[in-house]
Design a protein around this ligand. Structure first.
Ligand code: UDX
Length: 471
């Protein structure tokens, strides 16, 4: 059987590139597959050159419609950017696949991440197979899938009602605040990204709605979401994660792949690792809201107050964009720096989460952050902002039991007192259960990606199926 060749195409965002890189690496090492990892030129330049290049992994670029003519994407709206990317991206992907074939490396299957449904059209044009790499939990896939397959009217007509609750197969009953934010009348980001939710729904519909021959690889693991996976009728969700570099896992002695990832943001020079080294075991609260979410000034103030009054040490990622968005917000860093708290612009999050001093993660519940916390055995306090985050927070609190979700007031803010309550619930005596469950998930996650574990086997089966279909 010829060696299969996967063209793995990823959207150039922080939350997409790293799990896709991990998938590429695992595909290359768990099978004899060859992988061409593909994203835009700008993103590719950021990929750490110190990565261990795998012999079966090469890089290639596709166009986002801006880079080649020097246009500034920032001058267009997100919707315009997605449209331009879809046109230029699909053209250049087709050219790339054909030229690989001409060079004697025909592509067997195109694997593409969220926001790139056009990659499946390119695969169809080439007469080859394609698969989605779903970067959110199976639970969220299931919500979208059921929305477009039978539940649209139920959700659209009920979601505005305060008492609304929907029962979807394999999921706990979901209220409006548990659904992905794109279903809500007041998606908090509709003012930041106008009309994005409609565009997103269209994209999602193409990715989950048209599932005639579904192949969906999910950045999850079977033990975590078996109820959801089993309840999907007609769509096979294949848990192949969690996609986190193994070298970062506590008690894991591998040192080979620590640099296998990309930071699209610049950090600062602060030595937060040394700062963490000096803190007692499981004492530090790590705070980060991922690569997109921006908190309002009022929320930043409540956060500062809560962290200061909690009496616990904290490491807080405040991205440059966040500081610029709320210029007049003063955290008082000169008072707290190097003593109780440290504020950084960016850090190596997987490394931080695996540090023995981290006791709790205050997070927006982006899926990568959630997966990384589970994989590190760190319990969480969820403050979901938009997109899949409310559903992720619901699953963490009510199904997986490894964290709590901060309750919001009438203005949608988690007040300082609530944050303090949650931190106590996780780090105090009463948090024993939540801490234990977080550690149990870490063990199960590690088990899944080990040789012979569920994710490892599922990935192997997927490669076999694609290859046999080809031969
Ligand atoms: C976006 C969406 O917002 C999220 O809801 C969805 O699940 C994935 O796509 P983002 O908001 O960036 O993602 O959050 P998340 O998925 O948590 O990804 C952030 C990534 O940035 C994580 O891998 C995290 O390790 C990394 N990170 C974050 C750092 O490496 N350093 C930091 O300082 C902060």
């Amino acid at each position: 059987m010829p060696r299969p060749h996967f063209l793995l195409v990823t959207y150039p965002a922080q939350a997409h590139i790293n799990p896709a890189l991990q998938l590429a690496k695992q595909l290359a090492s768990t099978s004899s597959a060859h992988i061409t990892f593909t994203t835009t030129a700008t993103a590719l330049r950021r990929i750490n050159n110190n990565n261990n290049p795998h012999p079966f992994l090469t890089h290639a670029t596709i166009s986002d419609g801006y880079e080649e003519n020097g246009d500034n994407p920032a001058s267009d709206s997100p919707i315009q950017r997605l449209t331009r990317f879809s046109l230029a991206g699909s053209k250049s992907l087709l050219v790339l696949a054909r030229s690989l074939s001409d060079q004697g490396h025909p592509v067997t299957c195109i694997i593409y991440t969220l926001l790139l449904p056009w990659a499946a059209d390119v695969a169809r044009q080439l007469g080859i197979s394609s698969a989605v790499f779903w970067l959110q939990p199976a639970a969220v896939f299931s919500v979208y899938y059921h929305y477009f397959n039978g539940y649209k009217d139920v959700i659209d007509s009920g979601v505005h009602q305060p008492e609304f609750m929907v029962n979807l197969p394999g999921l706990p009953p979901l209220t409006s605040r548990d659904l992905p934010s794109f279903f809500l009348p007041n998606d908090p980001y509709s003012s930041v990204i106008p009309a994005f939710e409609e565009q997103f729904k269209t994209i999602i519909e193409r990715q989950v709605g048209d599932m005639s021959k579904p192949k969906v690889l999910v950045n999850t693991f079977y033990a975590l979401e078996s109820d959801v996976v089993k309840s999907m009728d007609g769509v096979e969700l294949i848990g192949v994660g969690p996609m986190v570099p193994l070298a970062y896992i506590k008690e894991h002695d591998s040192s080979s792949d620590k640099t296998f990832g990309v930071d699209l943001f610049d950090g600062d020079e602060k030595d937060y690792k040394k700062w963490l080294d000096a803190k007692p075991e499981k004492s530090v609260v790590y705070v980060s809201f991922g690569s997109i979410a921006l908190l309002q000034k009022r929320q930043l103030e409540e956060m500062t107050k809560g962290l200061m009054e909690s009496g616990r040490p904290f490491l807080w990622v405040l991205r440059k964009a966040q500081r610029e968005a709320e210029k007049d917000f003063v955290i008082g860093t000169e008072v707290i720096e190097d003593e109780r708290g440290m504020v950084v612009e960016w850090c190596s999050q997987v490394e931080v989460l695996s540090h023995p001093s981290i006791g709790c993660f205050v997070t927006h519940c982006g899926w990568n952050s959630t997966v990384e916390s589970l994989f590190s055995g760190v319990p969480t306090v969820g403050m979901p902002q938009w997109s899949d985050q409310p559903t992720n927070a619901k699953m963490v609190e009510d199904v997986w039991g490894s964290g709590f979700r901060g309750r919001v007031n009438g203005e949608g803010l988690v007040e300082a007192e609530e944050l303090i309550r949650c931190l106590k619930a996780v780090l105090g005596e009463e948090g024993e259960g939540v801490r234990r469950r977080a550690e149990e998930w870490r063990d199960k996650a590690l088990e899944a990606v080990r040789e012979g574990g569920s994710s490892h086997r599922s990935l192997g089966r997927f490669v076999e199926e694609v290859s046999s279909h080809e031969s």
